[in-house]
Ligand binder design. Structure first.
Ligand SMILES: Cc1cc2nc3c(=O)[nH]c(=O)nc-3n(C[C@H](O)[C@H](O)[C@H](O)COP(=O)(O)OP(=O)(O)OC[C@H]3O[C@@H](n4cnc5c(N)ncnc54)[C@H](O)[C@@H]3O)c2cc1C
Length: 603
């Protein structure tokens, strides 16, 4: 069979693959997106929600860089909530409940319209390599696609096995076959594989719920949307509903632990500690009488309701007892039982900060295959992998986002430096500079990067420049106009004074007609100026260390006085800078100092 030739092949049409393929095609590369089933492209395997704590920031970063997730989420949102609205700006995160079908269909439509992009329904069986360089892929059908870069985003499909009680069967997720052959191909290329697990709750028919017994969780009426150019304004959202588990349910779960795959030894791999199944919660927190259950509609045109908080792989009869024991769900009909999936991943310390494999040149990895969990984490990596695959083909500098620049930077740095012992998800607490990495300033942080690469259009760029201009103008007025002997800036720092108060009282400010988004920036940056200055100073100190490069050919065996454990870990991760070396688990400041002295002696 004749090889078909592309610049870049992206394997997998999940959240990582869609962003990777769109970025590559938009940057001019002839791109193939190879995925098992087109109708399942951009499927939300678990809950139909985008954003949330720290994830909402990632979605806005994707938008700022020129990715797609924010727009698709806005087009299919059925409920918005700004989480932590009453807390500081560093931890506020937008979240949207989406229409599951509408989300997938909107993304599929974007892919179909994208010039340079060819979507092929195939299962990739192997990666082709010439020496240490990737050369393309082979599909199970025998079709061969040659390419100079391959982005692998296989999600939960590699040797995927599903579990529901004692039943196990092969699958990438419910009703979808796994990809069984590719794992061997990766091992043959010298990549080590690990195994992880995740799970999902049952879904019920919304018509069988007793809404009088549930607590309503309304949508924000004037929501914060994800895309920076989405129009503001009112939104007609659907409510979600809150209820809780009860002690008798916990008893029933305890009585059936001998049939729970995570306790019988049937599931061997590690699941996400932060997002445990209901059986794990009952075992880990024996004193808690209740756990919250959020009932979230899956769309406007469906009665399916997702039961957030009771992920489980208990047998079906136990799931019946569990669901019907919950207040408001006594007559609920389960339309899909919860289950767990185990799958292969590529432990990400084998991957560089560019998301390119250390072993195979031109092979990029993104998403769940790198040990993460979550649509946003996957999409953020996919976007960067797509960008860097093109940068490599063009012989340009790769894009590596710093920890002080983006949550996506924190995510990738954590993965490639520390690895993933369990499915990794992003939290605001993982970012040391979270006051700088806010959702509201993602465009100011990252649109210049997207513009430099070529993903940010002229129209979007003009909007970013206009916002900067307005911020500059507002600052000038705040710093120069005085009231009662104090600058407006000093007055705005007071906790009881808001931007809107100043605009009402000061004609110079009102005349500027600053857009709400720009005004919000000025207000936050004025009120938190002290904290922000301290974070900037800390970044500067860290940057000096971060920027101290470690030569790629360093032989850690030759570094005197280095502890054996440190030597081993450094040799495995091969950090690119002293800063990254310091973040490897088990590498302390003393090891970093030894390394710094050695590098100084070589200079
Ligand atoms: C049961 C279950 C429960 C989950 N629970 C949670 C949760 O609680 N919280 C959370 O944040 N996330 C959860 N997730 C994970 C979430 O779905 C993923 O993190 C996210 O979808 C990962 O995106 P991805 O692009 O990496 O992979 P996926 O969305 O899995 O997409 C992978 C794509 O690759 C394709 N593919 C795979 N192998 C091949 C091949 N060889 N050839 C061609 N195409 C291939 C597949 O068809 C699929 O389209 C869960 C997933 C599952 C299945």
């Amino acid at each position: 069979m004749q090889d078909e030739t592309f610049d870049i092949v992206v394997v997998g049409g999940g959240h990582a693959g869609c962003e990777a393929a769109l970025a590559a095609a938009r940057l001019g590369a002839r791109t193939a997106l190879v995925t098992i089933r087109f109708d399942r492209v951009a499927e939300m395997s678990c809950n139909p929600a985008i954003g949330g704590q720290a994830k909402g920031q990632i979605v806005r970063e994707i938008d700022a860089l020129g990715g797609e997730m924010a727009r698709v989420a806005d087009s299919s949102a059925i409920q918005y909530r700004l989480l932590n609205r009453s807390k500081g700006p560093a931890v506020q995160s937008p979240r949207a409940q989406c229409d599951r079908r509408a989300y997938a269909q909107a993304m599929q439509a974007v892919l179909r319209r994208q010039p340079n992009l060819h979507v092929l329904e195939e299962t990739v069986a192997d990666i082709l390599a010439r020496g240490d360089e990737v050369a393309g892929v082979v599909c199970e059908s025998g079709r061969r696609l040659s390419a100079r870069a391959v982005v692998l985003t296989a999600g939960t499909f590699l040797r995927g096995v599903l579990h529901c009680g004692p039943k196990t069967w092969p699958g990438g997720r419910i009703d979808e076959a796994p990809a069984d052959r590719l794992s061997q191909g990766l091992e043959r290329l010298g990549l080590a594989l690990g195994r992880l697990k995740t799970g999902t709750p049952p879904r019920v028919d919304g018509r069988t719920l007793d809404y009088m017994r549930l607590e309503e969780q309304p949508s924000d009426p004037e929501p914060v949307r994800f895309a920076f150019d989405a129009p503001d304004g009112p939104f007609d959202g659907l409510p979600c509903w809150l209820t809780r588990t009860t002690p008798p349910i916990h008893e029933a779960i305890r009585a059936n632990l001998d049939r729970a795959p995570i306790y019988t030894g049937q599931i061997q791999s590690t699941g996400p500690r932060y997002c445990p199944s209901i059986e794990a919660k009952v075992v880990r927190f024996p004193d808690r009488g209740h756990h919250q259950v959020f009932l979230e509609p899956e769309g406007r045109g469906t009665h399916v309701v997702y039961c957030n908080g009771i992920a489980t792989s208990l047998p079906e009869d136990v799931q019946d007892v569990l669901v019907r024991g919950i207040p408001g769900m006594e007559r609920a009909t389960i339309v899909r039982y919860g289950y767990a999936v185990e799958y292969d991943f590529v432990p990400p310390t084998q991957t560089q900060a560019t998301l390119e494999s250390k072993r195979v040149g031109g092979l990029f990895l993104a998403g769940q295959i790198n040990g993460t969990s979550g649509y946003e984490e996957a999409a953020g990596q996919g976007l960067l992998a797509g960008i860097n695959a093109v940068q490599r083909l063009l012989g340009r500098e790769p894009v590596v986002l710093g920890r002080d620049q983006a949550y996506i930077g924190v995510l990738i740095d954590d993965l490639v430096t520390k690895g993933a012992e369990e499915p990794y998800r992003m939290f605001t607490s993982l970012a040391e500079y979270r006051l700088l990495l806010r959702h509201d300033n993602a465009d100011r942080r990252l649109a210049p990067v997207g513009r430099r690469v070529g993903l940010v259009s002229d129209t979007v760029w003009r909007r970013v420049e206009e916002k900067e201009r307005q911020i500059g103008e507002a600052r000038r007025v705040l710093q120069t106009v005085r009231r009662g002997g104090r600058t407006l800036e000093a007055i705005l720092r007071r906790p009881d004074v808001a931007w809107t108060d100043l605009v009402r009282d000061v004609p110079d400010l009102a005349d500027l007609a600053i857009a709400p988004e720009a005004a919000r920036q000025v207000e936050i940056e004025t009120k938190y100026a002290g904290y922000l200055a301290r974070q900037e100073a800390q970044i500067e100190r860290t940057r000096r260390m971060e920027n101290r490069p470690i030569p790629a050919d360093i032989d850690y065996g030759q570094v005197p006085h280095l502890r054996n454990e440190a030597r081993e870990k450094l040799a495995r991760v091969r950090p690119r800078s002293l800063g990254q070396a310091g973040r490897i688990a088990g590498i302390g400041p003393a090891d970093q100092a030894v390394l710094m002295i050695y590098l100084g002696s070589r200079a």
